[in-house]
Design a protein around this ligand. Structure first.
Ligand SMILES: [Zn+2]
Ligand SMILES: [Zn+2]
Length: 799
């Protein structure tokens, strides 16, 4: 028996413990059953959790439960991406320190303490959401075992030339003081000024317009479009840079836009990526202006030592004073910023490690077709990104809390010395090579950079499969069944995982990729810590509303689509949970004396509800196999509220209450259907609301089913042919009931008001079934007389 009311607080905690104690979600390494492996995003440790995390992780979790209930051996690990810039920034903020001001080891220790705290918070939240993760498979990217895998991946790539080092201009964040990758760029609109400045050419003024006058000293040439007849005569001549009075050549390039500014462009090292393109294409010299800390190089006259913005103000002043500023227009323009700190990026030469991705662009484009993208539109996002790649993947970061590069450089000849596989994981800043360099020198300088955090998290399928260790499972688990992630990291996590997987295994990392949307605070605004626009914390939301209510809400979404959240939305969830509890309570009361045996004859309407849920289960499977958890839930809801509660239960109620009128076998037929269908309803809902379904199962069904938890039962309705006849019969019954209700409500009659007579006409082939259902209809419609006639289509007359 169920209690009258469902009190979720006690029950949710009870089952979180129960599942843990009984290893309900443990992956069985020895099972012969087909595995379904899930590559789930290791969250970065960058602050507290909000509803957005709940939203996307719940959707993936529902898939894990679904696959488990299809009899698959589900491999559902969880990891934390706990090194790298996001974590460093969190620690700097929380402790009000700057990494650069502390001894490296002290800062790293602080990072470790902070990540532990947040990981615990994450894990207990995930558990209280009922996530069916196998926690024995947990990993952290800073863990030595994972460092070893990551360093090994790098060594293999370096050995084959796929990873290489070069000294060249790189995207650089002067705030975080590290190189960054193209994938970490974001763009923003900023107001700035377009400054018109004259360069002198043989006594004539040639005016250029620039947003970056502070780079005048770094000016290496002027460019003119070769088709711009206005200025052709200047090509090949020399121009004199104002204020600094040195000569630069005037060159031609078709990339110059004739109608932007004056049509003449200054090229400095480096104002933007176009400058860099020109620098490479025209083999231009490099003149340093901005240094890695964002200050102007000290040897630059007038500006040395200033920050970029101050330098810009100062040079504008100087130009004005010298009558060299012809005009200054305020404009809005697009600036590239670093996604982690929102500050404009610079391009500064330095020595970095890269992974070659450009040379294999075609291969990466081709494999897009071999992966199943859900929703399919996300494939375009991937393709667009790969097509627009401009840089190889820079993987070195001049930061602290990360996995070190396992190498040193000979202090005499500069030759790199890589660590040996058996030495991994290694920190070259703490250990030195034992053998001398081939040049005979014994002294080495460690590489002090750390890996880009994506360089490790992109190995997640290999990490999960314990690649290249004694327990290597790559053959068993790869390609994984599915990857789940947000759309904004297709260009990083999805892409880099494909790159690494193809390189190391020659195979794709996964068969399917499921892309979830975000939760928006309001239209167009993502919930984020920095904006402080999240409502209550997930913990508070669970305490007030239950995990089931939140999960039920999260399952509403359309795949890949953003959604908005307000706590009000949970009312719908709570109404559903109450309805499910009450319906189950009613059924179980009617099942008190049910012995589990099949009746001699199953009544048509009972047959119908069984066939109907069979059909539902099959369509739900189809939807869930396509990751459409929202569509599947919609159909299940429709069945539960409409077919089951509003129609079926109303029709059979009297038969259950009054065997003396309807017959004992007839009552048993209804009980048989109730048992079967309620259990099936619970199984279908178990993937969405695991707690309440488990409680109902444990209170009643477990004693008969003899399986420890509903969550390891299977959706096992046969995929029999659709029985059109019985389904059509049920639909007609629904129609008849609705007409009777309509008749009464239009006349303001109570539903229990007797009706003198009802005449139903039906197609010939349904008469037999309907005859067997007359008593049910009479009882639920309170009709005194009921007549059946055969006719072309269903009709009902009420008097
Ligand atoms: Zn930055
Ligand atoms: Zn050497």
């Amino acid at each position: 028996m169920l209690s009258k009311k469902y009190i979720f607080q006690d029950i949710e905690n009870k089952y979180t413990e129960f599942w843990k104690e009984n290893n309900i979600y443990k992956y069985d390494f020895n099972s012969e059953n087909e595995s379904f492996s899930i590559d789930t995003p290791p969250p970065t440790i960058s602050g507290s959790l909000h509803i957005g995390h709940i939203f996307s992780y719940t959707q993936a979790e529902i898939i894990a439960r679904f696959q488990r209930m299809q009899g698959k051996n589900v491999f559902y690990p969880f990891g934390f991406d706990d090194n790298g810039l996001p974590t460093e920034r969190l620690v700097e903020k929380e402790e009000n320190i700057r990494a650069a001001d502390l001894p490296r080891s002290e800062f790293i220790n602080k990072c470790i303490t902070t990540t532990k705290k947040y990981e615990q918070e994450f894990k207990s939240l995930w558990q209280s959401m009922g996530f069916s993760i196998d926690w024995s498979l947990q990993y952290e990217t800073i863990n030595p075992k994972i460092q070893k895998i990551s360093q090994k991946s790098f060594l293999y790539m370096a050995e084959s030339g796929k990873a290489y080092t070069k000294n060249s201009p790189v995207l650089w964040c002067t705030t975080c003081q590290t190189s960054i990758a193209q994938a970490e760029l974001e763009t923003t609109e900023k107001e700035t000024t377009f400054n018109y400045i004259p360069f002198m050419v043989e006594g004539e003024k040639l005016i250029i317009a620039t947003t970056r006058p502070e780079l005048l000293y770094g000016c290496v040439c002027l460019f003119i479009n070769p088709e711009d007849t206005r200025f052709l005569k200047y090509i090949g001549k020399k121009a004199i840079v104002p204020l600094y009075n040195f000569e630069i050549p005037i060159l031609a390039d078709e990339k110059v836009s004739k109608d932007k500014g004056t049509g003449i462009v200054m090229c400095a090292t480096f104002g933007d990526t176009t400058d860099l393109e020109w620098y490479e294409k025209h083999s231009l010299p490099y003149k340093c202006v901005i240094e890695i800390d964002g200050k102007i190089y000290e040897k630059v006259p007038f500006l040395g030592g200033l920050k970029v913005t101050a330098a810009r103000e100062k040079i504008i002043e100087l130009l004005k004073e010298n009558n060299l500023l012809i005009k200054s227009e305020v404009i809005n323009h697009t600036v590239s910023i670093h996604e982690r700190c929102g500050k404009p990026i610079e391009i500064i030469p330095s020595k970095q490690w890269y992974i070659d991705i450009l040379s294999e662009r075609e291969r990466y484009l081709k494999v897009a077709d071999e992966i199943n993208w859900y929703p399919s539109s996300m494939k375009t996002k991937y393709i667009t990104w790969v097509e627009n790649l401009k840089w190889d993947w820079c993987i070195s970061r001049q930061r602290y809390f990360g996995i070190p590069f396992p190498l040193w450089y000979c202090s005499k000849c500069g030759k790199p010395r890589f660590a040996k596989a058996e030495e991994l994981p290694i920190n070259p800043m703490e250990t030195s090579p034992k053998e001398p360099c081939s040049c005979g020198n014994h002294e080495f300088t460690p590489d002090t950079a750390v890996f880009d955090t994506w360089a490790t998290s992109s190995l997640s399928p290999l990490i999960n499969a314990k690649w290249n260790t004694d327990d290597d499972l790559t053959n068993k688990l790869l390609p994984m069944g599915m990857r789940t992630q947000a759309h904004e990291i297709i260009r990083t996590w999805a892409f880099y995982t494909i790159v690494k997987s193809l390189f190391h295994t020659g195979k794709l990392p996964w068969k399917d990729i499921m892309i979830c949307g975000f939760v928006m605070a309001k239209k167009g605004e993502k919930i984020s810590k920095s904006k402080n626009n999240a409502s209550s914390s997930p913990k508070e939301l669970i305490e007030r509303n239950s995990a089931d209510a939140l999960r039920y809400w999260a399952a509403n979404s359309k795949l890949g689509t953003d959604t908005m959240f307000s706590e009000q939305d949970l009312k719908i969830s709570k109404r559903f949970l109450t309805k499910l509890w009450n319906a189950a309570n009613f059924c179980i009361m009617q099942l008190e004396d049910f012995d589990g045996t099949k009746p001699t004859e199953v009544m048509p309407i009972d047959e119908w509800i069984i066939k109907r849920i069979e059909l539902l289960e099959n369509t739900a499977k189809d939807n869930l196999n396509k990751y459409e958890i929202g569509l599947a839930k919609h159909d299940i809801d429709e069945f539960f509220w409409n077919d089951f509660c509003d129609n079926y239960l109303e029709i059979v109620k009297d038969r259950l209450y009054k065997p003396e009128i309807h017959g004992i076998e007839e009552r048993k037929s209804a009980q048989y259907a109730l048992y079967k269908v309620l259990l099936e309803i619970l199984k279908l809902y178990a993937i969405y609301v695991p707690y309440i379904t488990e409680e109902i199962y444990q209170c009643y069904f477990r004693q008969f089913e003899n399986i420890i938890s509903i969550h390891i039962l299977q959706w096992d309705m046969k995929e029999s042919k659709i029985d059109e006849e019985i389904i059509g019969f049920g639909e007609n019954m629904k129609y008849i009931i609705s007409q009777i209700r309509k008749y009464k409500s239009q006349r303001n009659l109570s539903m229990k008001e007797p009706i003198n007579s009802i005449k139903i006409s039906l197609p010939e082939n349904q008469i037999v079934n309907m005859e067997k259902t007359i008593k049910d209809i009479k009882a639920c419609s309170w009709a005194i007389d009921l007549q059946l006639v055969s006719g072309e289509e269903v009709k009902i007359e009420i008097n």
